[in-house]
Design a protein around this ligand. Structure first.
Ligand code: ARG
Length: 400
């Protein structure tokens, strides 16, 4: 029986060549799977046709945008997920979803191998392979770019020799990965980390330095999930899409950082994530209003751990699953509205209201109507400082 290999297919040069390359090297039938996670660009039917024209025995395209928004972007929002305090995990979030579909197609077609086009230098190989090991432990992996010498020059030569229907000439100087949650750009002039990014790097965001009128909106959350913009109830996909457009038009969500990859390399990456950054900013502030102090303090540590696990390819790990339960529990009262002003590249919260707010005007006010009993503060402060005071007295006594 002919073996079958399921290939994670993007429609680009590398994975198009990989179809014939894998077929030649293994004699297997190649089943191409392309996933729409909101990357835009070419129509998915065009990508499907190209896979077949490049020799795939079957090709499947999946519109996974709603699934990506609800099942991946929203959990990241609940966790305020920012790797190294800044990167909203754009690529890291899409990989486990792609893996779920690869594992499903492999099961449906009785394939025992899954292939991807990642190099050996990045995080994505880890996310694909560790994810696959968790969901389909019996399935083995082929990585032609990493493991069988399919370099870019060889890929172009292969495409020309076989007359594959791929444009090998119009190549961007950048390596780009984009989806609904944002866009990642590396290589080219960015590899010199002293170089400022050129404007042609950006696509989701307008130049924040250009003067323009601000945009203001009200975001409604229910239990940590955004459910409406300006009172219009919308799906997660529609909310993220609208915020990408509106925050992007104000230049919100650009970032430029040197990050620590799992494989040990420090790499420079430019990101734009207008919707993600606007949502996280609003969500964090609503949490400030609705989440009790110790839970909020602890959640920040859990958020960092969640972000590292997802960055490191451990989406399907037991700790990540357990932290998701924590995030959901911590989000139970994160309900209410945030007014957000988008302007000059920044999302600024200008108002908050919630039916389950912990902000008590009467406790907070310095005006008449104050219900806070200041007499209680005196003893509290004394006892709070007591351990420090006793320790300091010991230092004085011993003369140090
Ligand atoms: N460094 C990011 C990550 O590991 C993005 C990688 C995406 N690739 C790219 N071509 N920019 O999540």
């Amino acid at each position: 029986m002919t073996q079958r290999v399921v290939l994670a297919y993007s429609g680009g040069l590398d994975t198009s060549v990989a179809i014939g390359w894998i077929a030649e090297q293994t004699g297997a039938e190649v089943i191409a799977v392309a996933i729409d996670v909101g990357q835009g660009g070419e129509d998915m039917t065009v990508i499907r046709e190209r896979a077949l024209a490049c020799g795939a025995s079957a090709a499947e395209v999946v519109d996974a945008r709603e699934e990506f928004a609800a099942g991946y972007c929203l959990p990241a929002l609940k966790a305020n997920a920012l790797y190294m305090d800044r990167y909203p995990l754009v690529s890291a979030l899409s990989r486990p979803l792609i893996v779920e579909h690869l594992a499903r197609v492999a099961r449906q077609h009785g394939a025992d191998t899954v292939a991807h086009g990642c190099t050996g230098k990045g995080n994505d190989q880890v996310r694909f392979e560790v994810g696959l090991a968790s969901l389909a432990p019996g399935v083995s992996v082929l990585a032609p770019v990493r493991d069988s010498g399919m370099t870019r020059d060889k890929a172009i030569a292969f495409a020309e020799e076989k007359g594959l229907p791929i444009d090998v000439t119009s190549r961007s100087p950048y390596s780009i990965d984009q989806n609904l949650w944002g866009r990642a750009v590396e290589t080219g002039h960015l590899e010199d980390i002293w170089n400022a990014p050129w404007e042609d790097v950006y696509d989701y965001t307008a130049d924040p330095a250009v003067p323009r009128d601000p945009d203001e909106l009200v975001l409604t959350f229910a239990e940590g999930i955004p459910v409406a913009i300006d009172g219009r109830s919308l799906s997660p996909l529609a909310i993220i899409t609208e915020l990408n457009a509106r925050a992007g038009a104000q230049g919100v969500g650009r970032l430029d950082l040197v990050e620590d990859r799992l494989v040990g390399i420090k790499s420079r990456e430019v990101y734009e994530a207008p919707g993600a950054i606007a949502l996280i900013t609003a969500h964090q502030e609503l949490e400030n209003v609705c989440v009790e102090r110790d839970l909020a303090r602890f959640k920040r540590q859990a958020e960092q751990r969640w972000s590292e696990l997802v960055y490191d390819g451990l989406w399907f790990s037991p700790l990540k699953s357990a932290l998701d339960v924590f995030m959901n529990e911590a989000s139970r009262h994160v309900t209410g509205d945030i007014r957000l002003r988008l302007h000059g590249g920044r999302p600024v919260v200008t108002g908050r209201r919630s039916p389950v707010s912990l902000y008590d005007y009467e406790l907070a006010t310095y005006d008449t109507g104050d219900t806070f009993d200041q007499a209680l503060a005196k003893g509290f402060v004394e006892l709070w400082g007591l351990p420090s005071k006793i320790a300091a007295m010991r230092e004085h006594k011993s003369g140090s």
